[in-house]
Design a protein around this ligand. Structure first.
Ligand code: PLP
Length: 360
């Protein structure tokens, strides 16, 4: 169907094959068919998560589980690592859940460093940290391995990691990194429609949750674990999306995980080459750039809004003109999901065409 193709960093383009998978006849969520479906999906998810823990499917966007993490796991005080729109909001959500919270703030575009996390935690009193691995609003990829190693020095502190725009673009081995929660929404790196979040939690996280009285119901981690033992979900899940997830996971394993990571690196490199060629810079410093999207700094002072609308008008392509306070100062291009060399060349050619038309 003719439409504007999405190269915004989420929701991203969804394939006809994925949509077709969603039209599977409906099944009951307490049926053997559903248990079999979850049973086929679970090992594939565990393999990408790098975990032996169950992986849960939550019928919500990522924020549902992000709020759930705060409600299930914070008894004393949470350190919210704030480096952009999504990670900043986690601090507000923590306060909105009635929790003690402290924001570890860096300027938008800068990464969170392990040293800063260590310095904050060394003051004591914390029992959880929230971190956006890939901060989608700024294109920053935070040094998760280093941060996880530092958090491990504090036995009472759980590390809650948002991998919404990094999942399956780079390896994130949950067990090996000693993460306590890893979560994502379906509409970004997995190229599924919005409406579902996936997450895994550590034994330490479940032990903590069991001590917390007011976990609520819909995002109660203990309920998720109890139900997952029978390959079920606590409440009626978004079954069409689960069929789409199965289809996507089959594609991912047909391609191979390593090949998928390599493809994302190559496609991201194509966008980076265009950025260099046109004399632009990146918002994040070198070594801290997401592999699934690129956040370009508008150091040339072009009219970003005009560029975005020309791309839509002349090429039926959508890129993002900067998130929140970065509007006009940055623009973002996604290479997540199903993109290929050919499909990224389409957006690069379109960007070149618009650059010629606008004279930059
Ligand atoms: C998109 C995004 C979210 C929020 O996802 P919703 O699906 O809107 O709940 C959270 N964190 C990051 C890093 C994101 O990119």
């Amino acid at each position: 169907m003719a439409h504007t193709k999405l190269y915004i960093p989420g929701p991203i383009e969804v394939s006809a094959k994925t949509f077709a998978a969603m039209t599977h006849p409906m099944i009951g969520h307490r049926s053997k068919d559903f248990q079999a479906l979850y049973g086929r999906i679970m090992p594939m998810l565990q393999s990408i998560f790098g975990t032996t823990q169950p992986v849960f499917m939550s019928t919500s966007s990522a924020w549902g589980v992000m709020e759930g993490c705060v409600r299930n796991l914070v008894a004393k005080k949470v350190l919210n690592c704030c480096c952009g729109a999504f990670s900043d909001k986690w601090y507000d959500v923590s306060l909105a859940c009635g929790k003690q919270a402290e924001a570890l703030k860096v300027e938008w575009g800068q990464p969170i460093t392990a040293k800063a996390v260590d310095a904050a935690l060394s003051k004591g009193g914390f029992d959880a940290v929230t971190l956006a691995h890939s901060e989608t609003s700024t294109g920053v990829l935070n040094p998760l391995k280093e941060i996880a190693a530092v958090v491990k020095k504090y036995p009472d502190v759980l590390l809650i990691t948002d991998t919404v725009s990094s999942f399956s673009t780079v390896p994130i081995p949950f067990d090996e990194l000693n993460l306590d929660v890893m979560l994502l929404g379906t509409q970004k790196a997995l190229a599924l429609p919005p409406g579902m979040a996936l997450f895994a939690a550590s034994n330490r996280a479940f032990e903590r949750a069991a001590t917390i009285k007011d976990r609520g119901y819909y995002f109660d981690f203990i309920e998720f674990r109890k139900n997952a033992e029978n390959h079920m979900t606590p409440s009626t899940p978004v079954i069409p999306l689960i069929y789409a997830l199965e289809s996507k996971l089959n594609e991912i394993f047909a391609e191979g995980l390593e090949a998928r990571f390599a493809r994302h690196a190559r496609l991201n490199g194509m966008v980076h080459a265009w950025v260099h060629k046109r004399g632009f810079d990146f918002l994040p410093p070198e070594g801290y750039r997401s592999k699934g999207l690129t956040c370009v700094k508008n150091n040339r002072g072009i009219d970003v809004a005009a560029m975005v609308s020309l791309l839509k008008k002349d090429h039926s392509i959508a890129i993002d003109g900067g998130y929140g306070k970065l509007k006009g100062q940055t623009f973002r291009i996604s290479n997540m999901g199903d993109e290929t060399e050919a499909s990224m060349q389409v957006v690069i050619d379109a960007l070149d065409d618009v650059a010629e038309k606008m004279g930059f």
